[in-house]
Design a binder for this molecule. Structure first.
Ligand code: DP6
Length: 320
C-alpha cells in the first residue's frame, strides 16, 4: 500500500500535563482538544535498505532521527516485523503558527506505519499506537472535538470523537510572537511540573473541568468554552511556576498578549487565550470578532504572524 497518511495538529482545551507512566505515555488526566484545519503532517513509510528519516526533504540525524526510530521500533516489535524503513514526512505546520507538530507527526506516523504493512486497525487502536509516539497524537486521529480518556493501561488509554463535524462557531487564531526553540520540551516540562504543591489539586480538578467543557460544547456555549479553556491553561502554567525548580514558558510578549486579550474582552470583543509548552498565544474567538482581533494584534505587535484556523479532519490517506 505505502500510502501517505495525513494528520492534523490539535489544540488542547483541557490539557494533558502529567504522566502516570512515561514509557507507555499514560496520562494522569483526561484531555479534550480541537483538531485544526490549517496545520498538518503528511508521512509515507516504505521498506528500504536502511533506516532513514526525511523531514521536509532533508535527511535527519541526531534527536529527530532517534525519536522517530525509537517509536517505529516499538511498533515493529508490537506487530512482529523488523525491516529497515524509509520515512518521509512533510510538515505543514509553519513555525509561524507556534504550534507543536508532535500531535500531527505521530498520528501521521502511526497511520503510515499501518499503511506500509497493510495493518488494518480501528481508530481506537490507531489512537493507542499514536499515543506511544506522543500523548497528544492520540487525539489527532479524529477531527473536530476529541477526548483522550486517561485509562489505566495501554488498552484503556485512547482518544475518541466527541463530535467530528462540529457546527459550533469557533476559531483559533495562532499568534506567533516568538519562534525561538522552546527551552523545555513538553515531555520534560510535564515531569518537572509534578513537583508543584498544586499538582495534586490540578489532577483532582480534571474530571469536573472535563465534564464542564463537554457540557459547554454540547450547548455550543462559546463563553463557557472560552472561560474553561483559559482557566485550564492558566492552571497548567501556574503549576509550572510553582514547581521545584519553578519554570515558565512565558516571554514578555506572552504577558503582553494576555493583557491585550483582557483589554479586548473589557471592550466587548469576546475572546479567550490558551497557551501550550511555549511562549505563543492562541486565541479562541467567534467569526464576527476575528477581523477586529487580528487588527488589534497587528497594531500592537511588530512582525507578528497570525493564522486563522477552525475545525480540521481526522487521519486520512492521500490518493497516489
Ligand atoms: C501542553 O503530547 O507533546 O500541548 O506525550 O511527552 O510527547 P509527550 O507530550 P506532548 O504534550 C502536549 C502537552 C500540551 C497539552 C496537550 O496537548 O494536551
Amino acid at each position: 500500500m505505502n500510502k501517505t497518511a495525513r494528520a492534523h495538529t490539535n489544540i488542547a482545551l483541557i490539557k494533558y500535563w502529567g504522566k502516570a507512566d512515561s514509557k507507555n505515555k499514560l496520562p494522569l488526566m483526561s484531555s479534550l482538544s480541537m483538531t485544526l484545519d490549517q496545520f498538518f503532517t503528511d508521512t509515507r513509510i516504505t521498506v528500504s535498505e536502511k533506516n532513514e528519516f526525511f523531514l521536509n526533504g532533508v535527511l535527519q540525524a541526531g534527536k529527530n532521527y532517534q525519536r522517530v526510530f525509537t517509536y517505529l521500533k516499538i511498533l515493529q516489535k508490537k506487530f512482529g516485523v523488523s525491516d529497515n524503513l524509509r520515512v518521509e514526512s512533510t510538515n505543514h505546520v509553519p513555525t509561524a503558527a507556534g504550534l507543536a507538530s508532535s500531535s500531527s507527526a505521530f498520528a501521521a506516523m502511526a497511520g503510515a506505519f499501518c499503511a506500509c504493512y497493510n495493518i488494518q486497525l480501528s481508530k481506537r487502536d490507531l489512537s493507542k499506537i499514536a499515543r506511544l509516539g506522543s500523548g497528544s497524537a492520540s487525539r489527532s486521529i479524529y477531527g473536530g472535538f476529541a477526548i483522550w480518556q486517561k485509562g489505566f493501561d495501554h488498552d484503556s488509554s485512547y482518544a475518541y470523537a466527541l463530535d467530528e463535524t462540529p457546527v459550533m462557531d469557533l476559531h483559533l487564531l495562532a499568534i506567533e510572537l516568538n519562534s525561538n526553540p522552546k527551552k523545555l520540551s513538553s515531555t520534560d516540562g510535564m515531569l518537572q511540573a509534578q513537583t508543584s504543591p498544586f499538582f495534586i489539586p490540578w489532577i483532582k480538578r480534571n474530571e469536573q473541568e472535563l465534564s464542564a467543557m463537554v457540557a459547554a460544547i454540547k450547548a455550543q456555549d462559546f463563553s463557557a468554552l472560552g472561560q474553561l479553556a483559559e482557566l485550564n491553561a492558566n492552571e497548567m502554567h501556574a503549576i509550572n511556576l510553582t514547581a521545584n525548580p519553578g519554570f515558565s514558558y512565558f516571554e514578555p510578549d506572552t504577558i503582553h498578549a494576555i493583557h491585550l486579550v483582557q483589554q479586548l474582552r473589557a471592550s466587548g470583543i469576546e475572546c479567550y487565550y490558551t497557551i501550550d509548552a511555549g511562549p505563543n498565544v492562541k486565541i479562541l474567538a467567534q467569526l464576527k470578532n476575528v477581523k477586529e482581533i487580528i487588527k488589534q494584534f497587528l497594531s500592537e505587535f511588530e512582525n507578528v504572524k497570525i493564522v486563522n484556523a477552525s475545525f480540521g479532519p481526522g487521519l486520512s490517506y492521500l490518493d497516489q
